[in-house]
Write a protein that binds this ligand. Structure first.
Ligand SMILES: Cc1cc2nc3c(=O)[nH]c(=O)nc-3n(C[C@H](O)[C@H](O)[C@H](O)COP(=O)(O)O)c2cc1C
Length: 202
């Protein structure tokens, strides 16, 4: 059965990225009604930052873990199982200080696991999360798809790099951009994003 993992990460209550990411997930489900939707709300239920328990625990067998390490590895294993169990990933994030939200970064820190989501081979690292489609819904006050600020978009190349590293290369970006640009900025940005997700679901 197909499964969609929806991650939402904006700390803002009236978030555009959360709204559009939900709309996209709903449309994908409508196109494939038997698919499961798993939603992880990283803003309301933020993950703890990785700590000494995690960084030590990833190098030990389960039976050697102390309580703090076991808790961190259990959480990481749960998050890894969620992404491995999904064939479609929808990531909604606010653009904060030229990058993704810190809560989404924490999620990445937990799911980047050698031997589970990637492995080292003689010819270099190999992603183990293959044959998936990912959508990135990125909401920003300014415009970064083109123009003078494009080089300041560290969110899109970063997310694409991380996804490629774990094996996900089929990635589409939906920008909800320029929401702070004038009185119509938000409305125009949402209209453009909705047109894009309508094309995706068609
Ligand atoms: C703390 C903070 C930092 C922000 N940094 C940027 C930024 O670097 N560039 C930008 O274009 N917009 C920035 N914004 C505006 C947000 O990207 C914008 O409000 C966007 O709609 C957030 O996504 P959301 O609607 O999903 O919450 C920032 C907003 C906040 C609250």
């Amino acid at each position: 059965m197909s499964s969609i993992l929806l991650l939402t990460a904006s700390p803002r209550p009236s978030s555009f990225s959360t709204q559009i990411a939900f709309e996209l997930a709903d449309r994908l489900r409508a196109a494939n009604p038997t698919s499961l939707l798993v939603h992880r709300d990283l803003a309301t239920n933020p993950l703890p930052h990785i700590d000494g328990g995690f960084t030590a625990g990833i190098h030990k067998p389960n039976e050697a873990l102390n309580a703090a390490e076991a808790a961190a590895i259990r959480l990481s294993d749960e998050l890894v199982a969620e992404i491995l169990g999904a064939d479609t990933l929808v990531i909604g994030t606010a653009f904060i200080n030229f990058n993704i939200t810190s809560n989404l970064k924490s999620w990445i820190d937990y799911i980047g696991r050698a031997g589970k989501t990637f492995q080292y081979t003689a010819s270099g690292p190999e992603g183990l999360v293959k044959d998936r489609k990912a959508y990135i819904v990125l909401a920003s006050g300014g415009i970064y798809s083109e123009g003078p600020a494009a080089a300041l978009d560290h969110a899109t190349p970063y997310l694409k790099s991380v996804l490629a590293f774990i094996g996900i290369t089929d990635v589409e970006v939906i920008r909800v951009e320029g929401v702070n640009r004038g009185p119509d900025g938000a409305a125009n940005a949402v209209t453009a994003a909705r047109a894009q997700i309508a094309r995706i679901a068609a």
